[in-house]
Design a protein around this ligand. Structure first.
Ligand code: C5P
Length: 217
């Protein structure tokens, strides 16, 4: 790989497959700017739920224009309710177009202190960074994903049962895989990583090996 070029990593994955955890660790290791694109849709969904009267195209446009990466760390974006609403909001072309520009800018022009970018979401490998240096499709079986999300929500003191989490992940899978605009899919040039039986460390090492091979070529 050309040493003067920035490194761009694209990841797509269904809900709670562990992509965020891996992407964060990889970004830290290679000094890449990490963007969890799901958080942007969650933020918009949160605003829709919280300020239904104020919510319109201009309101969202303004929020996106002034959006700082740190703004996405809001713990209220993490709830199951916001996640489900985000997958409804994410079906709207107008909303996706607004978010698109922001994501492309981070992917191709990350702040100077970084050596590249790493984005995860649903349409990153074919819509946002179609020419990414490395593409991954990260998944895990549905029960493993539901259990991981359940534990995460419990650690945030959210009142929710495992079966509710399972149901909501199934609902989101259906919506994300089957929607007409920017559906979740594994592109031919994405490497499939199944995290069902892998520890976080094992996942990290597996992906690191692939990236190192690419960088040193
Ligand atoms: O990644 P996360 O589960 O937080 O995303 C919440 C929702 O946002 C997803 O279920 C999906 O509908 C939507 N999303 C999307 N495109 C992305 C990232 C997330 O449509 N690139």
């Amino acid at each position: 790989m050309n040493k003067n070029k920035i490194l761009k990593i694209a990841i797509d994955s269904p809900a709670a497959a562990g992509a965020g955890t891996i992407a964060k660790a990889i970004s830290k290791h290679y000094n890449l700017c990490y963007l969890d694109t799901g958080k942007i849709y969650r933020m918009i969904a949160f605003f829709h739920l919280k300020y239904p009267k104020k919510f319109n195209y201009n309101f969202i446009n303004k929020k996106i224009r002034s959006l700082k990466l740190n703004d996405l760390q809001n713990k209220y974006f993490l709830s199951d309710e916001v996640g489900i609403h985000a997958s409804k909001i994410a079906k709207q072309k107008k909303i996706r177009d607004l978010v698109h520009k922001y994501q492309v800018n981070i992917a191709y022009n990350p702040p100077k202190k970084f050596k590249g970018s790493c984005l995860d979401g649903r349409d990153i490998t074919y819509k946002i960074i179609p020419d990414a240096d490395i593409k991954f499709f990260i998944t895990a079986n549905i029960k493993t994903r539901a259990l991981r999300r359940y534990k995460e929500l419990k650690s945030l003191k959210k009142k929710i049962s495992y079966s509710e989490v399972l149901k909501s992940i199934k609902k989101r899978d259906k919506s994300d895989f089957q929607r007409k605009i920017s559906p979740l899919k594994k592109t031919k040039d994405s490497l499939l990583i199944n995290t069902s039986n892998l520890t976080k460390r094992a996942c990290f090492l597996k992906i690191k090996k692939i990236i190192d091979r690419k960088i040193n070529n």
